[in-house]
Design a protein around this ligand. Structure first.
Ligand SMILES: Cc1cc2nc3c(=O)[nH]c(=O)nc-3n(C[C@H](O)[C@H](O)[C@H](O)COP(=O)(O)OP(=O)(O)OC[C@H]3O[C@@H](n4cnc5c(N)ncnc54)[C@H](O)[C@@H]3O)c2cc1C
Length: 519
């Protein structure tokens, strides 16, 4: 009998799994596809307070989100980094005094801002960030938030949960859940082998995100009370529009805001939209209208217009939001709601509605707090101070670590060494230096991605298909050419999980937590 079974391997499911496993609870997590294959790899990838939410008076959400920025930067300095955002002043839209007031609150509301620089005003003619913009924009405001590799945040939570004893199952669908007087009987189906299995758990956590709206499994829908609103958001990726490392936040005439963010060195990420959605979240794709809308919105600001023909990649995700009765999708609350069902002594069902990548750690803490009466033996909250795997260094040491890796393995080159430290942090040393006598890097699939890294992803990060590797464990899908992708797909088909040889670990890469290498 497990203590907790979790439906869904997005950021919320994996965050709860890590937290619960670290408190000594036995955990099983089932994800029907790949980890982060739902909304958690389709976000704007910001750890942010949400400047826009101030207008909706969501002060509580903004305050706790602002605080999480530096917490997550400390816990995962390899995949989280500070970013400056430039907000050009548009004469026809929000007045400058209102923006200044908003930024004053943003600077001070969270308290405890130590690493991130405060906001300031800019004369665009005098700064590099003014150059790509139309000359009519003369003034701007600049403030700090953080960028995160969303899918890797999910995977690192799963890696650490597993290191603490959680049973993480991918390609495993929860097909039904039946509440008995003493426990949940949960039917799982492996979507590769077709095999079914029944497991028992004292509590069930429904972290199925947008899939929770229709009841993710037989026996669950009947327990859901709150209404869930599904809202699709899409992004486009175009070739790099500017040379500097700051992002833009543009106000649009419909009161929405659009981000243009440096992405994967050679690209710019533009998003997002808010469109009410019905149907299967797995089938969400960007519409022509959304792509046109995003191009039009940024072309209001950039001197060189962006057109749909410039789009090299796009993605769409579906938010599951708590339906607070707001009329428009953009105004629906982004805060999370946790619903606990099950009278005293009955097996509990905890449903997660809404939430942000930014607030996942706090959400997990609150989920465990709600379940505390069921598990009086569980340990105290702990995730605030324990780095995620590979994150046991300060964010300003990242370049030094990359230089050390490049010096130790010259065949990698400086750019690949930097990518590896940004992907794996100190775990990169274990992947590439663990065994001096090991054969070299193995086959090269392109863009500095070698067999050795692929083997690590299969063995320690549940990667099975080329998409898992190219779009979620890494973002190399934008960089590796078609023949490299085909070679990778062939290699993965020949090396399914369980057949790939382990790399012997020399030492734990993470001072405070066991790493995936020790699983
Ligand atoms: C366009 C967009 C932009 C966003 N930008 C940001 C941002 O910049 N910053 C931020 O903080 N937040 C952002 N968010 C919000 C954030 O992405 C989501 O709140 C978060 O990813 C939700 O995570 P989740 O784990 O609840 O859901 P998901 O990541 O969708 O995970 C749910 C998982 O459950 C699985 N599942 C469903 N049914 C079953 C079943 N029966 N059995 C097994 N598995 C099942 C699914 O396959 C899925 O992987 C954005 C959201 C969107 C849509």
């Amino acid at each position: 009998m497990r203590d907790i079974a979790i439906i869904g391997g997005g950021i919320n499911g994996c965050g709860v799994a890590r937290d619960a496993a670290g408190r000594g609870l036995s955990v099983l997590l089932a994800e029907q596809g790949d980890l982060a294959s739902g909304t958690s790899s389709a976000s704007t990838k910001l750890i942010h307070g949400g400047l826009r939410y101030l207008e909706q008076y969501e002060f509580g959400l903004v305050r706790s989100s602002l605080r999480e920025r530096e917490v997550l930067l400390r816990l995962a300095p390899h995949i989280v980094r500070p970013m400056r955002f430039v907000l050009p002043h548009h004469r026809g839209l929000r007045p400058a005094f209102l923006i200044r007031l908003g930024l004053f609150l943003y600077d001070h509301l969270g308290g405890g801002r130590r690493i991130l620089a405060p906001s300031r005003g800019l004369e665009l003619a005098q700064v590099a960030v003014g150059r790509p913009l139309k000359p009519m924009y003369t003034r701007a405001f600049e403030y700090s938030d953080c960028w995160v590799d969303d899918a890797r945040l999910v995977v690192l939570n799963a890696v650490d949960a597993a290191a603490r004893g959680a049973d993480i199952r991918v390609r495993t669908q929860v097909v039904s859940a039946q509440r008995t007087p003493s426990h949940w009987r949960i039917r799982l189906r492996n979507r590769i082998s077709g095999q079914e299995e029944t497991v028992a758990a004292r509590a069930l956590v429904n972290a199925a995100g947008a899939w929770a709206a229709n009841g993710p499994a037989e026996g669950i829908a009947a327990h859901r009370r709150a209404a869930i609103r599904l809202v699709k958001g899409s992004h486009i990726v175009v070739r790099r529009l500017f040379e500097h490392e700051s992002a833009y936040i543009f106000q649009n005439a419909d009161r929405r805001i659009i981000f243009a963010i440096p992405y994967e060195q050679d690209y710019t990420l533009i998003g997002t939209t808010d469109v009410d959605f019905t149907g299967d979240p797995s089938c969400a794709t960007i519409s022509k209208e959304e792509a046109d809308y995003l191009c039009r919105a940024v072309s209001e600001y950039f001197a060189a217009p962006v057109s749909p023909a410039d789009v090299v990649w796009s993605y769409a995700g579906v938010r599951s939001l708590y339906d607070d009765g707001e009329r428009s999708a953009q105004d629906a609350t982004r805060d999370f709601v946790l619903e606990l069902e099950g009278a005293a002594g009955q097996p509990a069902l905890l449903t997660i509605i809404g939430g942000k990548i930014t607030t996942y750690r706090r959400l997990a803490e609150e989920a465990l707090l709600k379940l505390a009466p069921v598990f009086p033996q569980a340990g105290p909250a702990w995730t605030r101070d324990v780095p995620l795997p590979g994150g046991d260094f300060a964010h300003n040491e990242l370049e030094r670590l990359a230089a050390e890796l490049a010096a130790a393995v010259p065949a990698l080159g400086a750019a690949t060494a930097l990518r590896l430290i940004r992907t794996y942090g100190t775990t990169a040393r274990e992947i590439f230096l663990a065994r001096q006598d090991a054969p070299g890097l193995g086959a090269h699939f392109g863009a500095g991605f070698y067999e050795r890294e692929a083997a690590h992803l299969v063995r320690h990060e549940w990667a099975i298909t080329a998409d898992d590797v190219l779009w979620r464990r890494t973002k190399l899908g934008l960089h590796i050419a078609d023949n490299g992708r085909r070679q990778l797909a062939d290699w993965l088909a020949a090396h399914p999980p369980g057949t790939v040889q382990d790399l012997p670990a020399r030492s734990a890469p993470n001072r405070s937590a066991k790493s995936g290498l020790e699983r």
